[in-house]
Ligand binder design. Structure first.
Ligand code: ADP
Length: 589
């Protein structure tokens, strides 16, 4: 080899080393492509160069970089390049060189070769791990810059390295985009979940789900419906000839539709979904063919599945040429899964609400129906007791006394049940005003005095002199104190002691009712305040009661911004303490 040749070879290798080391410095695909093209022009001395990559969507080669010798992007249409050359290179997987295309039998009849007067052309495929990504192409119109075989070798070597750099940048962009999409989707779903879970109103849940589905797929409209079985007497069922229907609950679109359209299960798209148990994408659907009666270019119907059963359907429509792609479908499917949970919760809530309402209506009815005859029983008993129906024997008097005691028990049960009913349904009104707790405690003590003395118990009332007025419903507070004092009386053996205390602390008044009676076992303490709970103890069961008092007390205290706590030891006694807000003192704002 002559010195000159060796020198040229060295210079080439140095240039190759130089440009190769630049590769991979960036992961931005556009930058990598321009860099590759510039390096190739620099290496080969070409006039211009083009880099083409296969398009993922349509599988065709697309020019992704077009550069000239001055490292500028060539704006003009790349029609003047020889596609025959490129085609051959990518198909054969080998580099192609034509030193004088004008006279090269392979290419001389090409319009680009003739028209653009191409002389020297080189092309190398961009291949990585057995896949062809595209090709690089350089050409030159001058005689002076004719490419040689060595130039092709250089181009092919560099193209192999460039292909790796391009693939890396492409993968990076893909993963980067996929990751960004995933993060975006996760945070979006977090927002959707929050919104959906916040609502227990079925219509709102459906509405929210549909809005999100439309917004995120750019659909023009859509609907959301739930499957149901109509009553056999339902007029709609007779009209449709079936009881199994999809009830479209919410509808969004340009035209207004009745919100509660019924679609029979025999509808072709609906039937297909029920059979295949997956989303169905239909094209060019007419109003009749469409699930929700909206003609559409594309209609996507996504089932809402709960525990393996299809319970509803989301439909989305696009007009003109707006597509719904696979990603959109996957997105709506994930949304449908979330909507399914929220729909289930909302339906459960509706059912509980309905059951509670039924229970509350029933109790109101029973309470009313019982009160009327009880009033008359009580009236006649009182008349007889007063001797207005003739004189009574001792035994008759005794029997009447039993009737009277039982009437009291019954009426206390009825009034407890009505109270609970009122509190639970939010119908209990609290007429909160400032009042003096001393008066209420004294009234309650008076009403219980007889029962306390019968059991030879002592009662101490200790209210701090500084206790200001409290802010609550005085009658309800009387009920709370009466319940707690009555318990102290009932569950303290004869000769026991009851102490009622009240003192101010911060913005509240504290009221405690202490006894040295039966006390409550640790196990029973857990169940205290639950409705109908009563200790098994014989001494407890001897006393009249239904186990509703404490639960009412707690609700009444809490409804008036107070709290109730207790301390108790079996056999030693109990102390129940509750708080009520103090009335704001004048001048204190
Ligand atoms: P009732 O008194 O009608 O049974 P409550 O709800 O007022 O209903 O009380 C529930 C249960 O709690 C009582 O049956 C009793 O077992 C226990 N209990 C309540 N207060 C006391 C108390 N002061 N001492 C001991 N046990 C009590």
């Amino acid at each position: 080899m002559s010195n000159q040749l060796i020198e040229r070879q060295e210079a080439r290798l140095a240039a190759l080393y130089e440009v190769s080391s630049q590769l991979g410095k960036t992961l931005d695909l556009g930058e990598v492509l321009n860099q590759v093209m510039d390096s190739i022009i620099q290496l080969t001395g070409a006039e211009r160069g083009f880099l083409m990559l296969y398009d993922n969507e349509n599988g065709r080669l697309q020019t992704r970089a077009a550069r000239n010798f001055d490292q500028e992007t060539i704006e003009e249409d790349a029609v003047n390049i020889s596609y025959t050359v490129i085609d051959r290179a990518v198909k054969s997987g080998e580099g192609i060189l034509s030193s004088n295309a004008q006279e090269d039998a392979r290419f001389s009849d090409q319009t680009s070769v003739v028209g653009y007067q191409l002389r020297s052309i080189m092309c190398a495929p961009l291949r990585v791990r057995g896949t062809t990504l595209g090709a690089v192409y350089v050409d030159n119109r001058l005689f002076s810059g004719v490419f040689e075989k060595d130039d092709l070798g250089l181009l092919v070597t560099f193209a192999n390295q460039a292909a790796i750099a391009i693939e890396n940048a492409r993968l990076f962009t893909q993963t980067d985009q996929a990751l960004a999409r995933r993060v975006e989707e996760l945070s979006l779903f977090q927002r959707i979940d929050q919104q959906l879970n916040r609502s227990l109103d079925l219509n709102q849940v459906l509405s929210l789900s549909l809005n999100w589905a439309i917004a995120l797929t750019n659909a023009a409209g859509g609907s959301i419906g739930l499957f149901e079985e109509l009553d056999s007497e339902d007029a709609e069922a007779a009209k449709l000839g079936t009881r199994q229907v999809l009830r479209l609950m919410v509808f969004r679109g340009e035209e207004d539709h009745s919100e509660s359209r019924l679609v029979p299960l025999g509808h072709p798209i609906v039937r297909q979904i029920m059979q295949e148990k997956r989303s169905v994408l239909s094209r060019d659907v007419t109003a009749e063919e469409s699930v929700d009666g909206t003609p559409a270019n594309v209609q996507l119907a996504v089932p809402i599945v709960q525990e393996g059963e299809i319970t509803g359907l989301i439909t989305l429509e696009t007009q003109q040429n707006v597509e719904i792609n696979r990603e959109d479908t996957a997105f709506v499917e994930r949304l449908a899964d979330r909507a399914a949970v929220a729909i289930k919760n909302a339906k459960l809530y509706e059912a509980i609400h309905a059951a509670n309402k039924a229970k509350s209506d029933f109790i109101s009815l029973v309470a009313h129906e019982l009160r009327v005859p009880m009033t008359s029983i009580k009236g006649y008993t009182d008349l007889m007791n007063a001797g207005l129906a003739g004189p009574l024997s001792d035994q008759q008097k005794q029997f009447l006394e039993v009737i009277r005691r039982n009437l009291i028990r019954m009426s206390s049960l009825i009034s407890d049940l009505s109270d609970i009913n009122h509190i639970e349904s939010g119908r209990m009104k609290f007429d909160r005003k400032p009042f003096d707790l001393r008066e209420v405690v004294a009234d309650v003590a008076d009403s219980l005095r007889e029962r306390i003395t019968t059991r030879q118990q002592s009662l101490h009332i200790d209210i701090e002199d500084e206790l200001p007025l409290v802010f609550a419903d005085a009658a309800r507070m009387g009920q709370v104190i009466s319940n707690l004092m009555s318990n102290a009386n009932k569950y303290t053996p004869e000769g026991g002691e009851i102490v009622v205390r009240a003192w101010p602390n911060g913005r509240s008044a504290y009221v405690s009712i202490q006894d040295n009676g039966l006390g409550i076992s640790e196990e029973d303490q857990q169940k205290l305040f639950t409705q109908f709970f009563r200790a098994e103890d014989k001494a407890v069961r001897e006393q009249p009661g239904w186990g509703l008092g404490l639960s009412i007390v707690r609700r009444m205290v809490e409804a008036q911004d107070g709290e109730i706590t207790f301390e108790s030891e079996l056999g030693a006694g109990s102390t129940f303490t509750f708080t009520i807000p103090l009335a704001k003192m004048e001048g204190s704002g």
